[in-house]
Design a protein around this ligand. Structure first.
Ligand SMILES: O=C(O)CCC(=O)C(=O)O
Length: 292
């Protein structure tokens, strides 16, 4: 794999598209963004068929001691680094395309900068009617967010590709808009969605859309009340020099390595590193004498 990795690079060039100025404004303002019509109808159909073919098991519960997030059933999550990427063809195709999707690459370029890569995922959240939600979290705990010299800087970021609609009143992904810039800790009763619910925004988007949010933006899962099954595929990315979940493949290259595009390989690259760090060498005798 090391030769393959050595040949794999992704730099932001003049032709690389960044997100639009309106999107930058909205992401900086709220900490999240909905990008419409990312996954094509064919890929969406294939992705849903792939999920239909899996045997899903109940996931651990994430509602803590909240009385309002507790539902009647558990949700199903499939949270492995490569499980969906490992499926046999053609079921793996939509998930491999999502890894470095041309329609969301501009967003990752803008918010994470050159060298972004998968931190962990892809994972699936599937919820049937009555499934419990999950505690709100984020902000201070997991990732930085700041804006300097005309650029957005953030740490862990999530792209959720929706395989099913999430409409008003359904529940599912929710955020506290603007909290990525909060200076004070969110009250526990708000994290439990027991108080200040008016500040928690249930995000609405359709199958095929992508919901992008900074992990720094307080977010969580509202209990699912929709008649159809919620299905969201979560990819969690980080800047090239940062890692929350360890990052990288953590082992030998998977069998499908040569089937991936360079951009997809780059998204699965090594654990966090800064590629411009000077290499250790026997000639290194410490920092130059700046006074001299
Ligand atoms: O999409 C959701 O329900 C939220 C997921 C979440 O909170 C997380 O993955 O950290």
């Amino acid at each position: 794999m090391s030769d393959a990795l050595a040949n794999t690079s992704r730099s932001i060039t003049e032709d690389t598209i960044e997100m639009s100025s309106d999107e930058k404004f909205l992401f900086d303002l709220t900490g999240y963004l909905v990008v419409k019509n990312v996954v094509s109808p064919d890929q969406l159909k294939l992705a849903n068929e792939a999920i239909d073919s899996l045997e899903l098991s109940q996931s651990p519960e994430y509602f803590g001691d909240s009385q309002t997030l507790k539902g009647e059933n558990s949700s199903t999550r499939l949270g492995s680094t490569t499980g969906l990427l490992d499926l046999s063809k053609p079921h793996c195709d939509p998930f491999r395309e999502m890894l470095a999707h041309p329609k969301t690459t501009p967003h990752l370029n803008t918010i994470l900068g050159e060298g972004w890569r998968l931190d962990h995922g892809p994972g699936l959240i599937a919820m049937d009617k009555g499934c419990s939600g999950g505690m709100l979290h984020g902000n201070f705990d997991n990732a930085p967010y700041f804006y300097r010299e005309g650029k957005i800087f953030t740490g862990l970021c999530v792209i959720e590709y929706l395989l099913a609609d999430e409409g008003p009143g359904d529940g599912g992904i929710s955020v506290v808009a603007g909290s990525h810039k909060a200076n004070l800790k969110c009250p526990q009763k708000m994290l439990r969605w027991e108080q200040y619910q008016e500040f928690v925004t249930e995000v609405h988007a359709e199958a095929g859309d992508a919901v992008i949010f900074a992990e720094a933006c307080t977010h969580g899962t509202l209990p699912w009340t929709g008649d159809h099954q919620r299905r969201a595929i979560l990819y969690k990315y980080n800047a090239g020099h940062m890692s929350w979940g360890g990052g990288g493949l953590g082992g030998p290259a998977p069998d499908y390595w040569d089937d991936l595009t360079e951009a997809q390989q780059a998204a699965l690259l090594l654990p966090s590193h800064h590629s411009r760090r000077p290499k250790a060498s026997n000639d290194y005798h410490g920092l130059p004498d700046v006074a001299g």
